[in-house]
Design a protein around this ligand. Structure first.
Ligand code: PEP
Length: 255
């Protein structure tokens, strides 16, 4: 059976103390009623990483991700954070390829491939995001767009490195818009991604790799999305900033 994964992306939200308060609320809820069988990943800002790790380390099935890392090993890159630095906090995942990084910070396939490689070198597991724009969806070129993103980046990895990834399908038109992909759209794309992985890496890897959905997923729509055969969980932005909402989404997986 594939892993079930729920990842919360806090983005550029929460001051230091607000972040600690949020993680305390999350810990309290999950301690009172553990949600077994679901891997929970919190992706706070860099400033929160070590404190959040300290707070979740005693709870089963919780881990921490950074939202980014630099593509170079180290050096004169003022303001940046390397994969090695992220790893040294105790984080085990890193989000790479988020559409906000691709569009606001011009991160292209070359840079994203470098980020994936340096993350893996530092034993950080990438949560690699892919997804089409609204124009591509409307022009019916969304499958081709996602195939291209895979081919130009993570499909250059060896089988063993590729197996360390979590793929996050995040249609750009659904991120932060309140418009969620229908379960039909999500299942269609997740199934397509899995079949592309099958063609490239074979049946065992394609059947085992977690593919999670992101884009305005919340406590109201998670159940229907997570019921889809090829949807293995969610990457949650806005709704992950409310502890009760995150807890409720964690309880939306089919039993
Ligand atoms: C995201 O940023 O990865 C995301 C899915 O955001 P939201 O849930 O707010 O749409």
């Amino acid at each position: 059976m594939r892993r079930k994964i729920l990842a919360g992306n806090w983005k550029m939200n929460k001051t230091y103390s607000e972040g600690l308060q949020l993680v305390d609320e999350i810990v309290e809820l999950f301690n009172a009623q553990p949600v077994d069988g679901v891997e929970k990943i919190l992706a706070p800002s860099f400033i929160h990483l070590s404190a959040v790790i300290e707070k979740v380390k005693l709870i089963k099935n919780f881990s921490v991700a950074s939202q980014n890392c630099h593509h170079q090993k180290n050096g004169a890159y003022t303001g940046e954070v390397s994969a090695e630095m992220v790893k040294s906090t105790g984080a085990t995942y890193v989000i790479i390829g988020h559409s906000e990084r691709r569009s606001f910070f011009s991160e292209n396939s070359v840079v994203l491939s470098q980020k994936v490689n340096i993350a893996l070198l530092n034993n950080l597991n990438p949560i690699f995001c892919i997804g089409e724009s609204l124009e591509e969806r409307n022009a019916n070129t969304h499958l081709e767009a996602v195939r291209k993103q895979l081919k130009e980046t993570v499909f250059n990895l060896s089988e063993s490195d590729f197996s360390k990834l979590i793929i996050a399908y995040e249609p750009i038109w659904a991120i932060g818009t309140g418009v969620t992909a229908t379960s039909h759209q999500a299942q269609g794309m997740h199934n397509f991604i899995r079949s592309e992985i099958n063609k490239k890496y074979g049946k065992v890897i394609s059947e085992n790799i977690p593919i999670i959905y992101g884009g305005s997923c919340n406590a109201k729509n998670a159940k229907e999305l997570f019921a889809c055969l090829d949807v293995d969980g969610g990457l949650i932005g806005g709704a992950s900033l409310i502890a009760e909402e995150l807890f409720s989404i964690a309880n939306s997986f089919p039993i």
